[in-house]
Write a protein that binds this ligand. Structure first.
Ligand SMILES: Nc1ncnc2c1ncn2[C@@H]1O[C@H](COP(=O)(O)OP(=O)(O)OP(=O)(O)O)[C@@H](O)[C@H]1O
Length: 275
């Protein structure tokens, strides 16, 4: 039986090109949001390259695919990272979608108690032009496209924005590995201008924030730790805190909904509606 739950805000984090810092940002952002007192889940939906378990330095024995196949219970798959923060390990998205049907959805609702009070679910997806990634992007409340200043990455980020904008008109961006906020704003202004001309004026593109290039970030990733914890006063940490504040300012936590609308069941319900 369904019971009241908190409405989960689904935030998909994507990119055009690999290696721009999407998983680093997702994992550290999740940590900051959870430290702020929100209940956060991170769903690793990066098709073929699920690596958030590495980012959080945990070992995932089972993942969501085992749940969908009925081989494991959700509570045995979900990994607690810290207070208020859970990881839902993923696997090949392609296969996940083979199990995306009504029966699977019923199973998730029945099993979803562990997750139905989640405030924010961050979904780490693959590159945004992929067909299956698009399903996640269209199902989410917010889409964040991460890019770096490199021209090839910007071109690929723009391609992601263009494909995503066919079906939704609000897209956010994070400019990572910039040298200064000015550089981030200049790049964003150029992307916005091209999008306005070629995609259309009804697309609402928003710069959620920027993160400076800093060796401390790479150092922490190499050590499988989080830079926001290791370097709490470093510039990228402060910049990511500002991004977390922006996200929190947008969230109304007071709304209650049916359990089927929240957590992982809510996400799969939305995915199912795309078929
Ligand atoms: N602001 C930054 N400053 C310095 N290095 C960074 C920064 N952000 C990310 N990196 C480094 O970039 C590399 C790629 O990051 P990450 O794995 O998060 O990218 P990704 O976009 O998730 O890639 P993929 O999609 O291939 O998993 C990592 O080694 C990380 O340490």
């Amino acid at each position: 039986m369904s019971r009241p739950a908190k409405r989960t805000r689904f935030i998909a984090v994507t990119s055009g090109k690999g290696g721009v810092g999407k998983s680093t940002i997702t994992s550290n952002l999740a940590l900051l949001l959870s430290i702020s007192g929100l209940k956060v889940a991170v769903f690793d939906a990066d098709i073929g390259l699920a690596n958030l378990d590495v980012m959080f330095n945990v070992t995932a024995k089972h993942n969501i695919l085992h749940v969908l196949k009925g081989e494991a219970a959700l509570k045995d798959v979900v990994i607690p990272i810290r207070k208020n923060l859970l990881l839902i390990p993923g696997e090949s998205g392609e296969e996940i979608f083979r199990y995306c049907d009504a029966e699977m959805f019923e199973r998730l609702i029945g099993d979803a108690g562990v997750l139905d009070d989640i405030d924010i679910m961050l979904i780490d997806t693959g590159a945004g032009i992929g067909e299956h990634t698009q399903l996640f992007l269209q199902s989410a409340d917010d889409v964040i496209v991460v890019t770096v200043p490199d021209p090839a990455a910007i071109t690929d980020a723009y391609a992601t924005i263009k494909v995503t904008a066919r079906r939704r008109k609000d897209i956010k961006m994070i400019l990572n590995q910039v040298h200064s906020p000015k550089e981030a704003h200049n790049i964003f202004a150029k992307i916005s201008s091209v999008a306005n001309t070629h995609i259309g004026p009804d697309l609402r593109l928003e710069l959620l924030g920027e993160m400076t290039r800093d060796d401390k970030v790479a150092y922490a990733v190499k050590r499988r730790s989080s830079f926001v914890r290791e370097f709490p006063t470093a510039r990228p940490t402060r910049e990511l805190q500002a991004i977390a504040q922006n996200i929190m300012a947008d969230i109304d936590r007071s709304v209650t909904v049916q359990a089927s609308e929240s957590g992982i069941a809510g996400l799969f319900k939305r995915l199912l509606e795309q078929f």
